[in-house]
Design a protein around this ligand. Structure first.
Ligand code: EPZ
Length: 429
């Protein structure tokens, strides 16, 4: 197992290339199940979650190959992967896969839409909350599927195919919106999804599905209308840049100080985090080719932030912001409203000398002048990276164990941070 060792104190200067978004790539890859024609995805990040999903899709009958590097392409660019589900050979997604990554549960939508049946294990994933699947079951039931839970599996059947319907999500869910939208593309008639999630990754999936022949409008707003079609075809689609990776590195620069260009980042995808970072005193310049982030000498001002569905402040940046606030000049309040158990980084940050008290879903963070390096343990993907960020500013050495969490969602983290001057290395223990 690997550890990441960070020697704090180095300022960050230079360029970091932002990868394709993990949370866009995963549903796009799953969409390949909807057609027997090739779906070619560009800018797919090289991550453990992507590799695992490839294995899962292969199990359902998807063939894939990675396009060779072309002349002029530099090594930091994501890969282009061809997916083709010529024939679905298995509509069962087994526990051994789905328990390791929640997003793999989402295959239920395309399998049901195309094959009229699916048997998918109840999911696992990061331990950040109970994360039920009721919204998936209810929305697919609204589209005419018979849904049952049997022996740890969700069993979905729609012998005559799915039928368009109006469904209002009682709660905003990214995954359930992705799945209902994918399923409705092949349903008979019109589907209207109300109170849908508005995340940019949903709009990205809709763009890709429309290029495959789907008729979706309103994705990116809270009402999505889908007119079902008989079949979808193939297309070539570029995965949008990772807004969480962008925000994470922006916070790393804010924490360590310095001046870094986040190449390929899109400011329009992270307006709320940019506004928060500006409040903390960080300088942010939005450019055509990316975002420049700088903090030179100024102290970090405290902020009060509540996580919300998009376009609010993302839960996936909550831990990173908390790391930054541990060194703010004053007290900040960070409230988590999306997941009930997403504060596992608090006790680890405390090992580095952070002063954080929890009051229900709010963390009260009292800034300290300096953190001190210590051994800490990664608990989930975003929590892990918050410990790396904290380590960048801590005095001495911070060792983050259980790095496999990081590898699920951050492409070449130590190379990217090392490339701008961070003293960071991976050691195999
Ligand atoms: C997506 O997860 C992301 N994952 C998460 O990123 C992200 O934290 C989350 O959206 C919120 O933005 C991917 O895109 C692959 P939800 P998802 O359904 O779809 C509750 C990361 O670090 N809920 O929007 O699973 C649920 O428990 C990951 O990259 C139900 O109650 O999140 C939560 O409280 C972690 N019933 C809330 O909705 C359901 O049937 C929002 O979850 C489904 C969800």
């Amino acid at each position: 197992m690997d550890n990441i060792v960070v020697e704090g104190g180095a300022r960050l200067n230079g360029v970091i290339a932002i990868s394709g978004a993990k949370n866009a790539a995963l549903p796009l890859m799953i969409a390949s199940l909807l057609t027997d024609e090739p779906l070619i995805l560009e800018n797919v990040p090289h991550l453990a979650d992507v590799e695992l999903l490839i294995r899962i899709l292969t199990n359902h009958g998807v063939d894939y190959h990675v396009e060779g590097k072309r002349h002029g392409q530099n090594g930091t660019e994501g890969r282009t992967i061809h997916f083709r589900a010529g024939q679905i050979v298995d509509t069962i997604a087994p526990y051994e896969f789905v328990s390791r990554m929640r997003a793999s549960f989402w295959v239920i939508g395309p399998l049901l839409a195309r094959m009229h049946k699916a048997r998918v294990s109840l999911p696992g994933g990061c331990s950040i909350g109970t994360r039920p699947v009721d919204l998936f079951i209810d929305s697919l039931e609204a589209l005419g599927a018979k849904m049952n839970v049997d022996g740890g599996y969700v069993v979905a059947e729609a012998p005559g195919g799915l039928k368009g319907a109006t469904y209002r999500f009682p709660k905003v869910s990214v995954g359930a919106t992705h799945v209902a939208m994918m399923a409705a593309t092949l349903a008979e008639g019109r589907t209207e999804l109300e109170n849908a999630a508005r995340e940019p990754e949903i709009a990205d999936l809709a763009r890709c599905l429309n290029a495959m022949g789907a008729r979706i409008s309103g994705a990116g707003t809270s009402t999505i209308t889908i007119d079902g079609v008989a079949a979808l075809g193939g297309t070539r689609h570029r995965v949008l840049p990772d807004r969480i990776e962008t925000g994470t590195y922006a916070m790393a620069v804010a924490m360590a100080g310095g001046d870094v260009m986040l190449e390929g980042a899109e400011a329009g995808l992270i307006e709320s985090p940019i506004a928060v970072l500006r409040q903390t005193g960080v300088e942010i310049e939005e450019r055509n080719d990316g975002i420049r982030v700088a903090r030179n000498g100024a102290g970090i001002r405290p902020v009060d932030v509540t996580t919300e569905p998009y376009p609010g402040f993302p839960t996936d940046l909550q831990a990173q912001l908390m790391a930054l606030m541990t060194c703010a000049e004053g007290t900040s309040h960070i409230t988590e409203t999306i997941f009930e158990n997403r504060f596992m980084h608090v006790q680890e940050l405390a090992r580095l000398g952070a002063r954080i008290n929890l009051d229900g879903q709010t963390a009260i963070v009292e800034g300290v002048p300096r953190l001190k390096g210590a051994p800490v343990m990664a608990t989930d993907l975003r929590a892990s990276v918050s410990l790396v960020i904290a380590g960048l500013a801590a005095e001495g050495e911070t060792t983050v164990s259980r790095v496999y969490h990081l590898d699920r969602g951050f492409e070449r983290l130590e190379a990217k941070l090392g490339g701008v001057g961070a003293k960071i290395r991976r050691v195999t223990v």
